[in-house]
Write a protein that binds this ligand. Structure first.
Ligand SMILES: [Zn+2]
Length: 158
């Protein structure tokens, strides 16, 4: 899987949206269609459309990533479908813990799209209970990767 903010922005515009819906995108090192791996981009954060081209989220910068909840949530996207790099998962933890501190929210406020009862989605294809344990530092990166691998086998992906 490949992609970056620019590509997702194009995809979302093609759907008739005003642009990329996510606030943050975490790269897997393969931003281009040709799948070429650029190691220093692995785990990098790119600010999404609504961040006014800066990486700091401001309260008025409402995204478009989960129907009905955009005004009360922040969207973080990891490039990939069923596989994420170690660097991506570590970066996601740093970013999300920082955002939770800033908004004084508990780890349980972190939800996968699939956990929205109105969304018929499997994404992010990460077992969220284990992911929240990882955020709490109760699980290692290696364990999380193993849980993702197991979880993906239980999914029927379209
Ligand atoms: Zn989703």
């Amino acid at each position: 899987m490949f992609g970056d903010v620019l590509i997702i922005d194009t995809w979302h515009r093609q759907r008739g949206w005003s642009g990329i819906g996510y606030h943050y995108v975490i790269l897997n090192g393969k931003p281009y269609r040709d799948g070429r791996y650029i190691d220093f981009l692995d785990g990098q954060i790119q600010p999404g459309h609504s961040l006014n081209a800066d990486p700091i989220f401001q309260d008025f910068e409402v995204g478009a990533h989960v129907a009905g909840r955009n005004a009360s949530s922040l969207g973080v996207c990891l490039i990939g479908t069923v596989e994420f790099t170690d660097a991506q998962l570590l970066t996601s933890r740093r970013l999300i813990l920082s955002l939770l501190r800033r908004f004084n929210l508990p780890i349980d406020a972190v939800k996968g799209h699939t956990e929205d009862p109105n969304a018929n989605k499997t994404c992010p294809n990460i077992p969220m209970d284990y992911y929240r344990q990882f955020l709490k530092d109760n699980g290692t990166l290696h364990e999380l990767q193993q849980h993702i691998e197991q979880h993906v086998k239980t999914l029927r992906l379209g």
